[in-house]
Design a protein around this ligand. Structure first.
Ligand code: GLU
Length: 601
């Protein structure tokens, strides 16, 4: 395991040639090294970014616990992975407490303004085009991430918010080395980023995305973090940063020369002041005698992964051929997604039959519709978990609505055995595209996770916008326990495909003989109740295409967009007491895994 060069070393090496916010030709700027797998003692950290992971490991090494480290990593990701997550967004935090052996969750999902109703995204009787809704003030929900950090630290951390944000503040101020992913994410969004002077000047300095190998600084974000450190998150929910957010949403700072029609939103200071992080009981299901804990509604992550696992308990996945295993895997989520779309929304607004969705009886009634030899025809209809009727297909089918494909997931464990699985997001890559002027962070477009209009006319849709409502999510931070002790934890980005990715990682690890890092790396497929499952090219290429030919003969369909599905991370407690940290080896430019005291043998 190579020693990781510290941020300080790098910064000293290049400081002389830097200008704030501008990419410098940095011959001395070597990116912090990263490895997708690490094994050892003292705790473990896995995230998509080397600097963020290194910061988390340092917190652990200096005596912080998993919660302290997770918040520090998340804050660093707000600097280096700002198009996926940051203080302008929200997320879900799952925490295993080693002392009590209990799992807790925090719901830091964004909320709609009080004025929102079901017609939030309807204009002249028609749903807005998706792209118009994304880049607008209308899609911006009250950010939940700052409050999540403060609440997690208050409840379970050992360090102050001020101390925890410091390393990320420094990273934003001193800069980090741009990689290809950072550049590509800006290039993907250049047209809309350039419409906002605040976004353009930060991310398109000199009119182009910064080049890989150059150093990028965000002094405005450093100053924002410093304010949060000095004054706490009230400065955002009740103070001047919040006032700037409100101004930005209500009057998007769009370049008058731009042709983009950027609709304003109606978020108010009152909406920000009313925001609450909610501690929720985790979802719980057993699988092969293990306890699987996840995120409840308004995320559909825990419930849908749990339903699929319960469905799959009906089949022998360990003994199945690879093709049979994949057939069952694809069919389980085909049915679970039908139920998800019909029943899951913000529990403050809809009566989510959570217990019933996770009942084995309901899962068995769905498993009964699955054939080893023949794929069901999508969209399959949802069933009523309150009245499970074995082998009865429902009447009205609902297609799977589109959702975003970005986000970031981090996983941390400490030397005491506490574990955090934390997924956070600003929704689309680049969120709404709007940087709050002078503050250095992008606002989310999370409200586009609502249905714009009822998905199936005539069938109640639990995910229509409402006042103060939280849009349904797919984020699925997951912790698996074995007799009350941590076994492994994982999670992924990827919009609705998060659910299938997390399920596939769990099955790979538990049923298919893969190590956690192998399960994270494996070729991915995502069947979400549509005719064709989304798959990666590597999935099609397995066994020289024979595997997919076999599945096609059973009626499975496949499409290869998007090119990559998920960029998961995880940690596992090995039998000998060491931690394994695992991150993505290829996708999204690869992730970074570290342990406090490496020990490979
Ligand atoms: N907004 C998505 C969700 O909450 C996550 C964004 C993504 O991963 O693309 O499910």
């Amino acid at each position: 395991m190579p020693a990781h060069r510290s941020r300080t070393t790098l910064v000293l090496a290049v400081a002389a040639v830097l200008t704030a916010g501008v990419a410098a030709p940095a011959t001395a700027a070597t990116p912090t090294p990263k490895s997708p797998v690490a094994v050892g003692f003292g705790g473990a950290v896995a995230s998509i970014d080397a600097d963020a992971t290194a910061i988390g490991t340092r917190v652990l090494r200096e005596g912080g616990n998993a919660v302290d480290a997770a918040v520090a990593v998340a804050a660093a990701l707000g600097v280096t992975d700002p198009f996926s997550a940051g203080i302008g967004g929200g997320g879900f935090f799952v925490y295993y407490d080693a002392k009590t052996r209990r799992v807790h969750t925090l719901d830091g999902r964004e909320t709609a303004p009080k004025t929102a109703d079901e017609n939030l995204f309807v204009e002249n009787g028609k749903p807005l085009p998706f792209a118009d809704a994304v880049t607008s003030g209308l899609s911006v929900g009250v950010p939940g991430t700052p409050a999540t950090w403060a609440e997690a630290l208050r409840k379970w951390g050992t360090r102050s918010l001020a101390k925890t944000l410091k390393p990320a503040e420094k990273l934003a101020r001193d800069g980090f080395v741009v990689d290809q992913t950072f550049q590509t994410q800006i290039a993907n969004n250049a047209a809309r980023f350039s419409a906002f002077p605040s976004t353009r000047s930060l991310y398109l300095p000199g009119g182009a995305p910064p080049a890989p190998g150059t150093v990028f600084k965000n002094p405005d974000l450093a100053a924002t973090y410093a304010q949060l450190e000095r004054n706490g998150v009230d400065v955002l929910y009740h103070g001047p940063i919040g006032a700037d957010i409100v101004k930005t949403v209500q009057k998007p700072p769009v370049d008058p020369a731009s042709t983009l029609n950027v609709r304003p939103g109606k978020l108010t200071a009152g909406d920000l002041a009313a925001y609450d992080v909610i501690e929720r009981r985790p979802t719980h299901t057993t699988y092969q005698g293990l306890d699987v804990y996840g995120m409840p509604a308004p995320s559909s992550g825990g419930l849908t992964v749990g339903e699929a696992l319960n469905i799959l308990e009906n089949f022998d996945l360990k003994g199945a051929s690879k093709a049979d295993y994949l057939q069952y895997f694809l069919e389980s989520t085909r049915f679970a997604f039908a139920d998800r779309n019909r029943w899951i929304g913000d529990p403050a607004f809809v009566d989510v039959p959570a217990r019933e969705l996770l009942s084995q009886r309901f899962a068995d009634s769905r498993a009964c519709l699955i054939s080893k030899d023949k794929a069901a025809t999508s969209p399959v209809a949802p069933a009523d978990p309150r009245h499970p009727a074995s082998c009865t297909a429902g009447a009205t089918a609902a297609p799977t609505p589109y959702e975003g494909e970005n986000t970031t997931h981090l996983t941390v464990a400490d030397k005491w055995g506490n574990v955090v699985a934390y997924t956070l997001t600003i929704e689309q890559e680049g969120g709404s595209g709007i940087v709050v002027p002078g503050r250095g962070f992008l606002l989310n477009n999370e409200l586009t996770d609502f249905s714009f209009t009822p998905v199936t006319p005539g069938v109640p849709d639990p995910n229509l916008p409402g006042p103060g409502k939280r849009p349904r999510s797919s984020m699925a931070p997951t912790i698996v326990l074995d007799h009350g002790r941590p076994f492994f934890a994982t999670g992924s980005p990827g919009g609705a495909s998060i659910i299938t990715t997390v399920l596939q990682v769990i099955l790979g690890r538990l049923d298919r003989g893969l190590s956690l890092d192998e399960a994270i790396a494996a070729p991915r497929a995502s069947q979400r109740n549509s005719a064709a499952a989304q798959v990666e090219q590597a999935f099609l290429d397995q066994d020289q295409g024979k595997l997919v030919a076999d599945l096609k003969a059973r009626g499975q369909g496949f499409s290869t967009t998007p090119a990559e599905i998920g960029a998961a991370t995880g940690v596992e407690r090995l039998r000998d007491g060491r931690w394994l940290a695992a991150a993505e080896p290829v996708r999204r430019g690869s992730g970074a895994a570290q342990v406090v005291w490496p020990a490979n043998w």
